[in-house]
Design a protein around this ligand. Structure first.
Ligand SMILES: *Cc1c(COP(=O)(O)O)cnc(C)c1O
Length: 400
């Protein structure tokens, strides 16, 4: 078992330790849910004040031009692009992951009709959206199990690079090769990967992706999502929510739709400027950050936690120490909900995924190795004293 002294050395030698100061973290809280809602970077809170009071309050409608509001979907996209290995004009920020998936999958199906497929253990909204699209188009929705080959008639496949339950990392290059051999297009859900691991869509041949703005990108609650389309693909795709923000010249007010060049044609309606302002500032935290270091630290924090969790006799569905794992570790326990509530009562905030998973997110930009030991110690004590049996830990909120 790694000793406390060794753990302190890891923190002392951590090249990412300096980023913690950029976040506004409450006193007395260990936050292990940055994979679900990133905490506010100080500069994002400042941007919200600035955009609200100065740009909205004083600039009023002039700020669409003068404060660059109209370009924010592109500006934010250009800041996300290097995090996934894409070109600046290949990424835009708009809507939610669910809506972006619908637009992209519908556009792909329009260009090459056939069936659609989704992994059985995919984040549910992805399956729900594909179900709706299948109903609308008459396509069959195929649910894939681990190890299944892509069926011949499938034209569009949605898959997460990092699974939201297990944190297992898929092999992007291998999936792309298989899909190409079957004439299927892959839409990557990068929600749990962006800002955490070193994604490289060009190296791996990925042409389509969507992802979340409020997880490791720290864009704030309900931050808009992003959408990536390779430049050679965008021009042949027509998305169904062809609103004016995706028009080549929205302020011509022309009666007919003419799509903008590149990924911008996937925009639909007026963008949420307050949310975009926060996301735009939050993305600046990543300027100069080496994602290989972030990925390595995420694994290091998770390995340390797993070492201690296994010593307590707990079970995991996440890749074990040394395995390719994203930013969280999921432990299985039949009383997981109550145990997590007992942790939260102590200021250690993780989350719970039905039916029996306790999720511990290890965001490398603001967590320390010593924090992991504290979490493991608290968990050990809660299990030993059985304090989770307190009836108040059984009450469930809508959001778990
Ligand atoms: C968080 C998450 C989403 C969220 O989708 P929204 O439509 O933006 O709410 C979708 N897919 C995955 C894999 C996620 O982790």
């Amino acid at each position: 078992m790694t000793t406390r002294a060794e753990v302190q050395k890891l923190d002392a030698a951590d090249p990412l330790a300096k980023y913690r100061a950029q976040f506004d973290l409450p006193e007395g809280v260990l936050y292990l849910d940055g994979n679900s809602l990133g905490p506010p970077p100080k500069r994002a809170l400042e941007a919200l004040r600035q955009t609200g009071e100065r740009e909205w309050g004083e600039g009023l409608i002039r700020s669409w031009n003068e404060a660059g509001w109209i370009d924010l979907p592109k500006t934010c996209g250009a800041k996300i692009a290097p995090l996934i290995g894409a070109g600046a004009e290949e990424v835009i920020v708009a809507d939610s992951v669910s809506v972006n998936l619908f637009k992209l999958a519908a556009a792909l199906l329009g260009a090459a009709p056939g069936d659609v497929a989704v992994d059985d253990d995919e984040f549910p909204t992805d399956g729900y959206v594909m179900e709706g699209l299948a109903r609308m188009t008459g396509a069959t929705l195929v649910r894939l199990r681990p190890g299944d080959a892509i069926p011949m008639n499938v034209r569009v496949l949605i898959i997460s690079l990092i699974n939201y339950k297990t944190a297992a990392v898929a092999d992007m290059g291998a999936v792309e090769r298989e899909a190409r051999s079957r004439n299927a297009a892959v839409i990557w859900d990068l929600s749990h990967a962006t800002g955490l691991i070193d994604v490289d869509v060009k190296r791996d041949g990925a042409k389509f992706a969507i992802g979340c703005g409020y997880k490791f990108l720290n864009g704030g609650p309900g931050a808009p999502a992003f959408l990536y389309v390779a430049r050679e693909e965008a021009c042949r795709l027509h998305q169904p929510l062809s609103g004016w923000m995706g028009h080549a010249a929205p302020f011509d007010f022309a009666p007919d739709y003419r799509p903008a060049a590149g990924a911008l044609r996937f925009a639909s309606g007026t963008p949420p400027i307050l949310s975009l302002a926060a996301l735009d500032a939050a993305l600046d935290v990543f300027s100069g950050v080496e994602l290989k270091l972030v990925e390595a630290k995420a694994r290091g924090l998770g390995d340390l936690f797993l070492e201690r969790a296994m010593a307590l006799g707990l079970k995991t569905i996440s890749p074990l120490q040394g395995g390719r794992r994203g930013g969280h570790v999921s432990l299985i326990h039949e009383n997981g909900y109550a145990i997590m509530q007992a942790l939260i009562a102590r200021g250690i905030i993780g989350d719970f995924r039905a039916p029996d998973l306790m999720r511990f997110g290890f965001s490398p930009l603001f967590l320390r190795y010593t924090d992991v030991c504290e979490v493991a110690d608290a968990l050990a004590e809660i299990l030993r004293t059985e304090e989770w049996r307190d009836p108040r830990y059984a009450r469930r909120g809508v959001v778990t």
